[in-house]
Design a protein around this ligand. Structure first.
Ligand SMILES: NC(=O)c1ccc[n+]([C@@H]2O[C@H](COP(=O)([O-])OP(=O)(O)OC[C@H]3O[C@@H](n4cnc5c(N)ncnc54)[C@H](OP(=O)(O)O)[C@@H]3O)[C@@H](O)[C@H]2O)c1
Length: 243
């Protein structure tokens, strides 16, 4: 892949077929970004394909299962010399059922260790692997930004209820990666983002926030980021969340 299609730059979004991922793609494409919309199954991503049709040449749908190491490496090498201005590590899971049903198999009484491992693979190991794999492409951009989709449930300071242990530990671990990568790689801006409780498959129908609204606020926050924000845990408005 070569060439920069737009002035805004290029963004790569994982888990782009639904929920917050699809919303990032919609709003960033509308704002003039070149969008590399990654989904593990492009054939089952009708909304994304429709978006690509509406923005020919600007939205590209790419296959990516974030836990598949070979797939990640192939994507990184296919990017070639294309600068990636923003990586949104959005793909995430609460287990096979969203909230609140998925709380059962990550409780003290009924922990499913297989599901816990899968959650850690997707939410914790995969964003690390993809960020490392894409670092050369990010470094070709003038102001590279990496967004780790974290959660208020990943805050240790704000954990007053327990429950959701598998998901919480995955996001708390992700926050540690954000801080660690920021300390080592000072030539890029990396943040953890708590998007708020959003009405998606993961968040469930009872959630408080429309995903489009959350993404609108997040994009305002991303636009304001500078080096001083790197390593921070922010909410969608740009306020710091306690670790
Ligand atoms: N919704 C909320 O209230 C909320 C709150 C805090 C944080 N977050 C975080 O925000 C991010 C997006 O969540 P969402 O609410 O939009 O959830 P969602 O609607 O359930 O979407 C999750 C996305 O992740 C993808 N995904 C899961 N496993 C994958 C894999 N192995 N490879 C590639 N893609 C994979 C899914 O793809 P498939 O369709 O192929 O399964 C889907 O596109 C997640 O990291 C989540 O933890 C959400």
């Amino acid at each position: 892949m070569n060439g920069r299609a737009t002035d805004q730059g290029t963004v790569l979004v994982t888990g782009a077929n639904r929920g917050l991922g699809l919303e990032y793609c919609r709003q960033l494409a509308a704002a003039g970004w070149q969008v590399l919309a990654c989904t593990r199954n492009p054939d089952r991503a009708p909304a994304l394909r429709e978006l690509a049709r509406a923005h020919p040449g600007r939205v590209r749908v790419l296959p990516l299962d974030v836990v598949d190491e070979a797939n990640v490496d192939a994507l990184a090498s296919d990017l070639g010399g294309l600068p990636v201005d923003m990586l949104i590590n959005n793909a995430g899971t609460f287990g096979p059922e969203g909230s609140p049903a998925g709380m059962r198999y990550q409780s003290l009484a009924h922990m499913d260790y297989g599901i816990w491992r899968d959650i850690l693979e997707v939410n914790l190991l995969a964003p690390f692997r993809l960020t490392v794999a894409l670092a050369p492409s990010l470094r070709l951009a003038p102001r590279p930004v990496v967004v780790m989709l974290s959660s208020d449930l990943g805050s240790i300071a704000n954990n007053r209820m327990g429950h959701s242990h598998a998901y919480r530990t995955s996001k708390a671990g992700l926050n540690m990666l954000t801080k660690g990568i920021a300390n080592e790689w000072r030539d890029l801006i990396i943040i953890s983002m708590a998007p708020g409780w959003c009405r998606t498959e993961l968040g469930g129908a009872e959630a408080e926030i429309d995903p489009a609204e959350s993404v609108r606020e997040q994009l305002r926050t991303f636009a304001r980021l500078d080096a001083s924000h790197s390593g921070q845990f922010l909410d969608r408005f740009g306020a710091q969340v306690a670790w």
